[in-house]
Unconditional design. Structure first.
Lengths: 254, 485, 445
């Protein structure tokens, strides 16, 4: 196991009912690093991402086997409260999903439920700093009371990032965060991811190999439910070990 | 020829014309149906339609118009002095109709026309004969009335004869016309389909006609009521004390108060329980629990309201009286606002829960994921994300439930009582708009006293109330759904 | 950038902090509230059904007294010609005497001590309808005269109630219709096996009876009336409902008029049922002059009430047929109408039938509008067979229930609950058929 590993997964299997969706995955997520999961659709990359904060618990038919540790502790231990885990492992989804509340309340939601602030002033501060970190503050500072659903797609996604950042997670999971965005918004979000790296680990699932190459330091390639190759992004894209990785990167499978 | 026989003949003619039309179509192409524009059965159907439909329409219109015309003729035979004091022309006319019907019965029992003529000229004998045939008449028969009845009968008989002649004539004409059209190029399918289309449109406007019928009958009868009773008293008086004999107080407020009070209690029972049940079933319950519980709640929804009414009367009423009202010193009434409200609440639980269930399920999963992803518990997600998001829809559902509660009849008839009161004590018997509609309209219904007609004004109030609530609710729910589509 | 000063969370994953514990506790409470709410619903159903069964099951049992009655020609048909018109001259009083004699003789034979009870008190143990029943039997079959008939007389409602625990010796003290003395005699008769309890077929077949004869009140007319109304509802609402749905779902252009129709249908489904009663009274009775209390009238009202349900169900099942079916039919040159009637409609039929049955079930239980159109009247004669019977006065199941709740004798309360059981059984059957249809023919595209 890598010394710098924030989270590490060993022999992870996921079943949806009788469907064996993920087979024998071993991955270490390094601290303060952007890790990209790539692979064709249905390869299991999103499934694996959702194991890291136990979002699969909310799917009744899903069953997870194997070991996933965070800071050396098994997150599937029966004593672990998934609620507490998810406060440390935040998540941003494929489609922007702001709550039908004001911009302010969207960001304040996490701190409020976890009781992270003592008073309104602190909460205001958290909201402001989170929005700043998400590079959204300048655009919305005059209309914090406006509904979050009224923002543009790219702004909504940055609002969701701000919302996730507000609980000061240690790991941030992003499930194809740019797939519903236009190129300009995508560029803004990518820039953001790079900044966030200074504070915590980011795991990003993406369809686009260019995006993985641009934002990540490490890349994992999934194919048909198995982890094919995992390593430095540069290595994966220039000198992959596995012929399947090469085929995917050169566009022969996908 | 009776109407029933006439309809049968028409039906037979149509069937015959179907066969003839089909044969002619086949004959026109010498049996090679490839040369026909439409299949032979369409040709047959086309001819049958031309035969049957115009004639049937004529028959229906005739049957609607004939009684009106005949009555207006016959009513002239009754002189003003024939109308007793205290009676009206309408009442005398209804006697005429009744005698005419009675004479028909006598004829059916074998009396010949000569005997009838004799009887008409001898009203006293007519009365005894009718009484033998179990047709009771209140007063002695006035000679003019007897004459009028006889005239009515003859006119109806001639009318019916002409009806038969003209209907059958039109049927034959239609048949001949259509049969001449039948040749290889006859676009029978288009004709038939156009006709079917008209039928379909007609069927779909039945709903509109029903609404129209409801509005017209309520408005007209209410208008008639307000001619007899001042609208100001109806809408602003605080007493309801109908007296059959005149001098009634017919203020709507005690009834409205009872209605709203019962509905309020019902909602207090049904909304929290129904909503929580819906939340539990859609967010928490496992598939197996849901598959058992949902049908059970649906059973509750399928039980007719009379059953709930009986439950209120026989079980809940005595229970509430003996365990709450009496020990608390709040009264000894078996029927009470509380009884009706609680039972109605039980009835509404499945209604609220199934409506809310739909609405909660319409909240996208992405929102729940977003909340879970931030580390919210399930109940925090429900309370702070799902519920606020579903709120407009839930408000709509509650409004629909309120409208059901206001319009519910059997539970309040059996559970709430009949005394119109403005009281705050929920264990006292009070009455509602629907109860009074029932009590004013059942039994002796004579549509000329304000005491009876007030039911229509009450019905109009009820209709306006529930319609308003429903339109509002539908609007809210529709807006809500659009938000997530 | 302002430095965030909020509490950092470096707590261990394995040990929940106080706040998490509190949050989890509130989570458990919330879940419990949910379970409680569901349980309230289920308990309500259990109580409701329990109360109905508890009150009503006894209506299906009835105590009888069996006796042999010699039908004496000299008393019943003096002329000896078996002419019904002449025989009808013997009134129920005459038959009552016959019954009384046989009754006394039977008690003597069986050795039941009558304590010299007065004859009218003795006859008070029997239903007042016994004599009329006997007379009807004899008039219907004059050949019985001269034979000895084994006659099953119902006991009086109070005596029946005594054996069902509704009437006690104490309550009889205050009752002008029965005395403790009579009840004690009834008890001795039961001990001697003279009074026997049987399944009460008459409850399902008899017509309604007057206030004084609860024991003979039955549901015959009500069941027949309800059946007639359901026939009318089915025959009218199914074709109209299906036609309307086809038009709205498959053919109608989207314009103001069709929007208006749709809003109308949605609202009609929510109009209080009593308003339909008012409509029927004003339109069908006062304007069109249809006879009150007749099944045709009730059937028409219920049709109007059922239509929205059927239209909504039919449209849903038409919508469930995938467009590819329509395209396929149109693609081989079928007209739009042919595509609908040959392909779409048959595929939607199971759904339509299910919706129709559910609509009928709702109509069967509906009572409020029927109260207003005179179905609540006391009807003693069976309506004749359709179609003429549609115009004869009749009752309906739910209205009969209401009718009986308005009577003062508690025996009618038992009957009302019994009638509810019958009603619920009908509803159960209809709903089960609907569910089976749905399960059997449900299609997933």
């Amino acid at each position: 196991m890598d010394e710098r590993a924030k989270m590490s997964a060993r022999r992870v299997q996921v079943y949806y009912g009788t469907n064996h969706a993920l087979k024998n995955v071993d991955v270490d997520i390094l601290d303060k690093t952007v890790t990209a999961f790539i692979g064709p659709s249905g390869c299991g990359k999103s499934t694996f991402l959702r194991c890291l904060n136990r979002m699969n618990d909310t799917v009744a038919s899903a069953r997870v086997e194997g070991l996933i540790e965070m800071d050396g502790r098994n997150i599937y231990d029966s004593r672990v409260d998934p609620v507490q885990l998810r406060a440390k492992v935040g998540m941003v989804f494929q489609k922007p999903n702001p709550f039908p509340k004001s911009i302010y309340d969207n960001v304040a939601y996490g701190p409020k439920i976890h009781g992270l602030t003592r008073n309104k002033a602190e909460l205001d501060e958290v909201v402001e700093s989170s929005l700043r970190k998400a590079a959204l503050w300048n655009e919305v500072k005059d209309r914090l009371a406006a509904p979050g659903t009224g923002l543009s797609g790219g702004q909504q996604q940055r609002l969701c990032i701000a919302r996730a950042v507000a609980t000061s997670p240690e790991v941030l999971l992003m499930d194809e965060p740019c797939s519903a965005l236009d190129p300009i918004a995508t560029a803004q979000v990518e820039e953001l991811i790079d900044e966030l790296r200074s504070q915590f680990s980011v795991v990003i699932v993406t369809h686009s190999m260019q995006q993985a190459a641009r934002v990540s330091q490490r890349t994992a390639f999934f194919h048909l439910g198995s982890l094919v190759e995992y390593g430095e992004t540069g290595t994966i894209f220039t000198a992959p070990n596995d012929p399947r990785t090469e085929s995917y990167i050169t566009g022969r499978i996908g | 020829m009776t109407v029933g026989l006439l309809s049968l003949v028409l039906l037979g003619l149509s069937a015959l014309s179907f066969i003839l039309g089909r044969q002619k179509a086949l004959a026109s192409v010498k049996g090679d149906i490839r040369n026909l524009h439409s299949l032979p059965s369409y040709c047959g159907a086309g001819v049958a339609l031309f035969t049957g439909i115009p004639a049937s329409l004529l028959m229906i219109i005739w049957l609607l118009v004939q009684p009106v015309l005949i009555e207006s003729h016959v009513t002239d035979m009754i002189l003003p002095e024939d109308i007793d004091t205290g009676s009206t022309r309408e009442l005398v006319m209804s006697d005429v109709l009744r005698i005419a019907k009675g004479v028909d019965v006598l004829v059916a029992r074998g009396a010949d026309e000569a005997e009838i003529t004799k009887l008409i000229n001898n009203p006293a004998a007519l009365k005894t004969r009718l009484a033998d045939a179990r047709i009771a008449l209140a007063a002695d028969i006035n000679p003019h009335v007897a004459k009028a009845a006889a005239a009515y009968r003859t006119k109806v008989a001639t009318g019916n004869n002409w009806l038969a002649v003209s209907t059958l004539g039109l049927a034959v004409a239609g048949f001949l016309f259509a049969l001449m059209q039948v040749k290889s190029t006859f676009r029978a399918r288009n004709v038939v389909e156009a006709f079917v289309r008209v039928l379909l449109i007609g069927a779909s406007s039945v709903a509109v006609l029903t609404t129209l019928g409801i509005i017209l009958s309520l408005v007209f009868e209410s208008w008639y009521f307000f001619q007899l009773y001042p609208a100001k008293n109806f809408f602003f008086s605080l007493t309801w004390a109908p007296k059959f004999g005149g001098g009634s107080d017919l203020g709507i407020w005690p009834l409205l108060w009872g209605t709203l009070y019962v509905s309020f209690i019902a909602l207090v029972v049904a909304v929290p329980v129904g909503l929580m049940a819906a939340i539990y079933l859609s967010e928490y319950a496992s598939g197996r629990v849901r598959s058992v519980t949902k049908p059970v709640l649906e059973v509750l929804a399928g039980i007719p309201s009379i059953v709930y009414g009986l439950f209120a009367l026989m079980t809940v009423g005595p229970f509430l009286r003996d365990w709450f009202a009496k020990p608390l010193g709040l009264g000894e009434s078996l029927s009470s606002v509380m009884t009706a409200g609680v039972v109605m609440g039980i009835m509404l639980i499945p209604y609220v829960s199934s409506l809310s269930d739909d609405i909660i399920n319409a909240v996208p999963r992405a929102l729940r994921d977003g909340s879970y992803g931030l580390g919210a518990t399930q109940s925090e997600t429900v309370k702070q994300v799902v519920f606020p998001a579903a709120l407009p829809g839930i408000v709509g559902a509650i409004l629909m439930a309120a409208s059901r509660a206001i319009g519910e009849t059997m539970i309040v008839v059996l559970g709430a009582g009949a005394a119109a009161k403005l009281s705050l004590n929920p264990f006292e018997a009070m009455t509602t708009v629907t109860v009074k509609i029932v009590s004013q309209l059942t039994g002796d219904t004579e549509f000329s006293s304000p005491e009876t007609l007030v039911a229509f004004a009450l019905g109009l109030t009820l209709f306006v109330f529930t319609l308003g609530l429903n339109i509002l609710a539908l609007y809210i729910v529709r807006k809500y759904r659009e938000q997530y589509e | 950038m302002t430095k965030a000063t909020f509490r950092s969370r470096k707590a261990s994953l394995l040990v929940p902090d106080a706040r998490t514990k509190a949050r989890n506790a509130s989570e458990r409470w919330f879940r419990l509230t949910g379970i409680a709410a569901v349980s309230v619903g289920i308990l309500a159903l259990v109580f409701l059904l329990g109360s109905v069964l508890d009150n009503g099951l006894s209506a299906f049992r009835q105590t009888h007294i069996e006796m042999a009655i010699p039908l004496d020609e000299t008393k019943l048909d003096v002329s000896g010609k078996r002419d019904p018109a002449l025989m009808a001259k013997v009134t129920t009083v005459g038959y009552g005497k016959l019954i009384q004699a046989s009754f006394q003789k039977m008690l003597e034979d069986r050795g039941v001590d009558t304590e010299k009870i007065k004859p009218n008190k003795l006859m008070g143990l029997l239903s007042k309808k016994a004599a009329a029943d006997l007379r009807d039997m004899v008039l219907a079959n004059p050949d019985l005269i001269g034979t000895t008939l084994t006659f099953n007389a119902m006991t009086n409602g109070r005596v029946d109630g005594y054996f069902k625990g509704r009437v006690t010796l104490e309550s009889a003290e205050r009752d002008s219709n029965i005395s403790p003395e009579q009840l004690r005699l009834a008890q001795r008769m039961a001990d001697a096996g003279v009074i026997r309890t049987k399944f009460n077929w008459a409850f399902l077949t008899n017509p309604d009876a007057s206030e004084l004869r609860p024991e003979s009140a039955g549901l015959g007319v009500a069941i027949l009336g309800s059946a007639y109304m359901m026939m009318i509802v089915l025959v009218l609402s199914l074709p109209i409902g299906v036609a309307a749905s086809i038009y709205l779902e498959e053919m109608a252009p989207k314009n103001i008029w069709t929007d208006f129709i749709e809003i109308n249908i949605a609202n009609l489904a929510a109009v209080p049922s009593i308003v339909f009663g008012i409509l029927a009274l004003a339109l069908f009775v006062n304007f069109l002059g249809l006879p009150q209390s007749a099944p045709i009238l009730g059937g028409l009202v219920l049709t109007l009430m059922t239509l929205p349900t059927i239209i909504i169900a039919t449209r849903a099942s038409l919508k469930a047929v995938p467009p590819s079916i329509r395209d396929a039919a149109l693609g081989v040159g079928a007209s739009k109408m042919q595509a609908i009637f040959h392909h779409v409609l048959p595929l939607a039929m199971p759904g339509i039938l299910t919706g129709t049955i559910l609509g009928l079930a709702r109509a069967l239980g509906e009572s409020a509008p029927l109260l207003l159109i005179g179905m609540v009247a006391f009807v003693k004669d069976y309506p004749s067979s359709p179609p003429n019977g549609f115009f004869d006065p009749a009752s309906a199941l739910p209205v009969q229930v209401y009718n009986w709740t308005q009577r003062s004798d508690p025996a009618f309360a038992e009957r009302a609950s019994g009638a509810i059981i019958v009603l619920l059984l009908f509803l159960l059957t209809m709903n089960s058929v609907a569910i089976i249809l749905r399960r059997r023919f449900e299609r997933h595209w």
